[in-house]
Design a protein around this ligand. Structure first.
Ligand code: UP5
Length: 192
C-alpha cells in the first residue's frame, strides 16, 4: 500500500497578487506546507551551469521556465512532507501543459486558489517592492513582461480549472487581512 499523499492546492494569480504573502499565513495558521516554485527556481538560477543560466535568463525576461525543470524541483520538495493537512503549491502551474503533466505524474489538485487582481494594482505593488526586494524581475520593463506572460499563458490554466469546477476565486485587491479571512472561510468549509 502506497504512502497517502496530502491534498494539493495550486495557488495562482498575477505577479504581485499576494500568493506568497497569503501562503505564508496559511502555513502558520492551518499547518499547511508550502512550496514556492519561484523560490526554487531563483535558487536553481544560482547554479553555475547550463540549467542555472537558462533558469536565470527566463526569470530575468519574465518568461516561463521549461516545465520539466520546475517539476523536478517541486517533486523533490514535496516528497519531503508527507504528514500534513495539505500542500500549497505557490505559483505553479504556469501553463496548461504543466497542469496536465503534474496531475498525471503526481496527484490531482484538490482545488485551485485564484487571486484576482487588476494589472495596475499588480504593477504598483511590484514597483514598490522593487525598491527593496533586490529581485531582478521587479523592474518596470520586466514587471510588464511578467503581467503579459501571466495573461497569455497562465490565465488559460485558470479558465481550465474554472470549467473543471475546481477553481476558487479570491478578490486579491483587498487588504491582506480580508483576503486571508476569505481563504480561512474556504478552508474551514473544507473542514481543515
Ligand atoms: N502585497 C501582498 N498582498 C497585498 C495586499 N492584499 N494589499 C497590498 N499589498 C499586498 O506580494 C507582492 C507585494 O505586494 C509585496 O510587497 C506584498 O507585501 C504586497 P507577494 O505576496 O510576494 O505576491 P506574489 O503573488 O507572491 O508575487 P510574486 O512576485 O512572488 O509573484 P510571481 O508570480 O511573479 O513570482 P514567482 O516567484 O512565482 O515567479 C517568478 C518567476 O519565476 C516567473 O516570472 C517565471 O520566470 C519563473 N517561474 C516559472 O517559470 N515557473 C513557475 O512555476 C514559477 C515561476
Amino acid at each position: 500500500e502506497g504512502v497517502k499523499l496530502p491534498p494539493v492546492y495550486f495557488v495562482l494569480g498575477g505577479p504581485g497578487s499576494g500568493k506568497g504573502t497569503q501562503c505564508k499565513r496559511l502555513v502558520d495558521e492551518f499547518s499547511f506546507r508550502q512550496v514556492c516554485a519561484g523560490d526554487l527556481l531563483r535558487e536553481k538560477a544560482k547554479d553555475d551551469d547550463e540549467i542555472g543560466a537558462l533558469v536565470e535568463n527566463c526569470i530575468r525576461n519574465g518568461k516561463i521556465v521549461p516545465g520539466h525543470i520546475t517539476m523536478e524541483l517541486l517533486y523533490t520538495a514535496i516528497e519531503r512532507f508527507s504528514e500534513c493537512p495539505g500542500v500549497l503549491i505557490d505559483g505553479f502551474p504556469r501553463e496548461i501543459k504543466q497542469a496536465v503533466d503534474f496531475e498525471t505524474v503526481y496527484a490531482r489538485a484538490r482545488a485551485v486558489l485564484f487571486f484576482s487582481c487588476p494589472n495596475e494594482v499588480l504593477k504598483a505593488r511590484l514597483t514598490n517592492r522593487g525598491l527593496t526586494s533586490g529581485r531582478v524581475d521587479d523592474e518596470a520593463s520586466v514587471i510588464e513582461k511578467r503581467i503579459n506572460t501571466f495573461h497569455e499563458m497562465t490565465m488559460p490554466v485558470v479558465d481550465y480549472y474554472r470549467r473543471n469546477e475546481r477553481l476558487q476565486c479570491f478578490d486579491a485587491e483587498q487588504a491582506p487581512e480580508s483576503v486571508f479571512d476569505d481563504l480561512s472561510g474556504f478552508f474551514k468549509a473544507e473542514e481543515m
